[in-house]
Ligand binder design. Structure first.
Ligand code: URA
Length: 439
């Protein structure tokens, strides 16, 4: 392959062929194309973009760089959900068992948190004994037995993405729709799924802060999934404030369990209901969104979603008693309150700053090799739209390391805004981007 010619072609705005894209990905993954040429091509893609065919080919080339799971021995539809990341986003812990209890299989492979956003694996690992490190045989067995399994994204899946992402991170080429699409979809398609629901977040705590960028990403993700023969829906959802009340790993486990028991906060429960309903549609459990929502309500009310979660936790080495007795989960030593400085209505709980505050306390990672503290975090007692009196608690801060507390408290105080006038809570689901067969 003539790498300079390929870079020149994209630099000048021409489309790359499928063969060129595959040669580039294969050559780079094998170490035959140096980083400086790969960086130049990534920057050319950043500026010139890629059309849908090129994006689908790039996704496939990256997918084929590693292992693709095969669950065809299990008859039910395999459907997963992916979120582009946010603060307090613990939906995976709720919707995977709910969707499984309602009849689809959920082979969920997740990552860890970085920066202000949390990661599903970190939350699950707050459960004493829980391990996402399963062999393929064990993953298959747990999936067959419980209807869901939680695995870790390892080097085996789309290794090309790992190498390319590391380069994008240091060459200012992360924010490119085709590159993000290929990165996300290559890893998700490696799970051997039939359908995928994408939760594309927008707002200050999201990767795509502006709704028009979230829409463009959602549309690119959906069309790439369809090009690979999958059924894909995307929901564009709010991330201007944390989702639910809890931010921090063990705290989010408790809130997830409460939601599975039908006692979760309104926004989190509503979003889980919508995401699960779309998973059931894609898995052809039903063909109506209203019926799918009723199925979610029934697996929650009947305790079957919680039972699935408890079963999967036990199968993966976790202590299911900790889902009943929360004192068995990691506990923080200190509790401090952030109170409202004046009367009014909460008009902002800036999500990114809340995520950073939680990371400062130790719930998240500034660098990918940092060690996290599963016990610490925040619990909001007020959300946008709620009325407050001066001195009333807005947020409770759970900490273990007093040297980090003052900085986190300052950050939280600066991220709360109060208006004298009543405020409406932001809409939770802003838009839906559906597979055209389902429109
Ligand atoms: N998440 C990913 O997995 N990849 C990207 O490129 C961006 C967000």
């Amino acid at each position: 392959m003539d790498a300079p010619e390929l870079i020149r072609k994209k630099r000048d705005g021409f489309d790359l062929t499928r063969g060129e894209i595959f040669s580039f990905i294969e050559g780079f993954t094998r170490g035959e194309i140096p980083d400086y040429q790969a960086s130049a091509l990534l920057m050319a893609i950043f500026f010139r973009g890629m059309d849908r065919r090129e994006t689908a080919d790039l996704t496939e080339a990256m997918l084929r760089s590693g292992r693709v799971l095969d669950f065809s021995a299990l008859p039910q539809a395999k459907v997963d959900k992916h979120s582009t990341g946010g603060v307090g986003d613990k939906t995976s812990l709720i919707i995977a068992p709910a969707a499984a209890a309602a009849g689809v299989l959920v082979p969920m492979i997740s990552g860890r948190g970085l920066g202000h956003t949390g990661g599903t694996l970190d939350k699950l690992e707050a459960i004493p004994g829980f391990s996402p490190r399963l062999s393929f045989q064990d993953f298959h067995r747990v999936l067959g037995k419980c209807g869901l399994a939680f695995g870790a994204a390892t080097e085996e899946f789309a290794p090309a993405d790992r190498k390319i992402y590391a380069l994008r991170d240091v060459t200012a080429t992360v924010e490119s729709i085709p590159l993000i699409t290929a990165s996300i979809m290559s890893k998700k398609l490696a799970e051997g799924i039939d359908g995928l629901v994408l939760d594309v977040k927008t707002g200050t705590g999201a990767f795509m802060q502006k709704v028009e960028n979230a829409r463009a990403l959602a549309s690119s993700l959906v069309s790439t999934g369809i090009a690979h023969g999958k059924r894909v829906h995307a929901l564009i959802t709010d991330m201007t404030q944390p989702l639910g009340n809890a931010v921090g790993n063990a705290l989010e486990v408790i809130e997830s369990v409460e939601t599975l028991k039908g006692r979760g906060p309104r926004d989190l429960s509503d979003l889980c209901r919508e995401l699960t309903a779309h998973m059931l549609l894609l898995g052809r459990v039903t063909d109506s969104l209203d019926d799918a929502r009723s199925k979610y309500d029934s697996v929650i009310a009947g305790g079957r979603a919680f039972e699935r979660f408890s079963n999967v936790v036990a199968e993966q080495g976790g202590n299911p008693r900790s889902l009943e007795d929360y004192s068995l989960l990691p506990q923080a030593r200190h509790e401090d309150a952030v109170v409202a400085p004046k009367d009014g209505f909460i008009s902002g709980l800036e999500a990114r700053a809340m995520g950073v505050a939680s990371m400062i306390l130790g719930a998240g990672r500034e660098r990918s090799d940092a060690i996290i503290d599963p016990a610490v975090g925040l619990v909001f007692e007020k959300k946008i739209g709620d009325e407050v009196q001066a001195g009333e608690r807005v947020c409770v801060v759970y900490s273990n390391d007093s040297s980090r507390l003052a900085q986190a408290l300052d950050m939280i105080r600066g991220a709360i805004t109060i208006s004298a006038e009543p405020v409406s809570p932001p809409p939770l689901v802003l838009e839906r981007v559906l597979d055209t067969q389902d429109q």
